[in-house]
Design a protein around this ligand. Structure first.
Ligand code: 5GP
Ligand code: MN
Length: 354
């Protein structure tokens, strides 16, 4: 097995870098960490811990309750809440590993800390167009998830004997969440080969699925109902949009992570190929985009909402009032009418990932 973009020499030097233990390794994820970010950090962290290193995970801000079931002994420090602790850990770290993001900006308030870090930095990620800010870059956009890539990197480094039950559960959760329970982002059989190996570690996949998807609070379920009720559908543009104000979030007792996954629902409507979810924040509006097939949500996000991402899952932000942001989106649909009409969702695109 070999990786597409990462030469064997990078894997060998990474292996040498981590050969001597114990080293202090800090793993960092992107802001608003999702299942793949947390799963990849815990998965790789557990392997490195088992190998003999001292491992800590730092996340820029809090992550949702449905990602808090992971079994791990690794301390996960929320930078926003425990800056002094995070700063101490970064100060002592011998190696810093960035997982599931590829530009310092995605680490938000930790961006400066990453740029200041003077010891070796490693990147393991599956988003397109990485910025070159790490010494060891493992950037492989053909992978479904960083978790799937972590499994292969661990295998290539010859340390998969250190892949314990906790690591296997975490990596499975990362792959499961980034593929929408194996419904998208699957461009090669490798996803299932990796999952097969994880199942051989004795994980209970149903338990993990339940822990991630079936732990809604009543408020969260009702907020979903409310969001879908106010959704606007534009059949002529094969698009739909949902938007939520801070006031609405307050009405439904919003907790971090409560709107995770909401953006995907409009794509369940027949013939809808593009949708957006606008969320009002204190000083800006955050947008998530999802698309099907050939429609490039990432280009749309990049060109109009200072964002980016994958072809079918992207995001961005804008500093104008919520209603204006939604209006901007609906106006833009007119310009994209042709492209939206032409969007193909043929299955023969399955090996043409992102
Ligand atoms: P989500 O909608 O789940 O927050 O993000 C989906 C994908 O869009 C992420 O995996 C990431 O690649 C990308 N993304 C989200 N927000 C931003 C952003 O503000 N800037 C960029 N460049 N990419 C984003
Ligand atoms: Mn990911």
């Amino acid at each position: 097995m070999a990786l597409k973009n990462t030469g064997n020499e990078i894997i060998s030097s990474l292996k040498s870098l981590l050969a001597e233990q114990p080293k202090s390794v800090v793993l960092v994820t992107h802001e608003n960490p999702d299942g793949d970010a947390i799963g990849s950090a815990i998965g790789l962290g557990e392997v490195l811990k088992e190998f003999g290193h001292k491992v800590n995970i730092i996340v820029p801000n809090a992550y949702p309750d449905f990602l808090k079931w992971f079994s791990t002994e690794i301390e996960i420090v929320v930078y926003e809440r425990k800056r002094p602790r995070a700063t101490t850990l970064l100060g002592k770290a011998d190696v810093l590993i960035c997982v599931d993001f590829n530009e310092p900006k995605r680490a938000a308030r930790m961006k400066k800390k990453l740029l200041e870090f003077s010891k070796p930095m490693v990147l393991i990620d599956h988003h397109p167009n990485p910025s070159d800010f790490c010494d060891y870059m493992i950037s492989e956009p053909q992978y479904s998830s960083t978790a799937e890539l972590v499994f292969d990197v661990v295998t290539l480094m010859g340390v998969n004997h250190c892949l314990n039950h906790d690591a296997a559960e975490a990596l499975f959760a990362g792959i499961m969440t980034d593929t929408g329970s194996f419904s998208h982002n699957i461009s090669s059989p490798n996803v299932f080969l990796v999952v097969a190996k994880l199942i051989e570690c004795g994980i209970d996949t149903e338990k993990i699925h339940d822990a991630v998807y079936h732990t809604f609070s009543e408020h969260r379920m009702k907020l979903l109902g409310h969001s879908l009720d106010k959704m606007k559908v534009f059949p002529e543009y094969r698009s739909a949009v949902i938007w939520l104000s801070l006031e609405e979030l307050k009405d439904y007792n919003f907790q971090p992570g409560d709107i995770e996954g909401f953006v995907n629902y409009p794509l369940s409507i027949n013939n809808i190929v593009f949708c957006a979810l606008f969320m009002e924040r204190k000083d800006h509006v955050k947008v998530s985009f999802r698309s099907k097939g050939s429609f490039p949500a990432n280009e749309f996000a990049r060109d109009h909402f200072s964002g980016g991402g994958h072809r079918n899952a992207a995001g961005g932000e804008i500093k104008i009032p919520l209603d204006d942001a939604v209006n901007k989106f609906t106006q833009l649909l007119k310009e994209y009418k042709h492209l939206l009409k032409e969007t193909t969702i043929k299955k023969n695109e399955k090996y043409d990932n992102k």
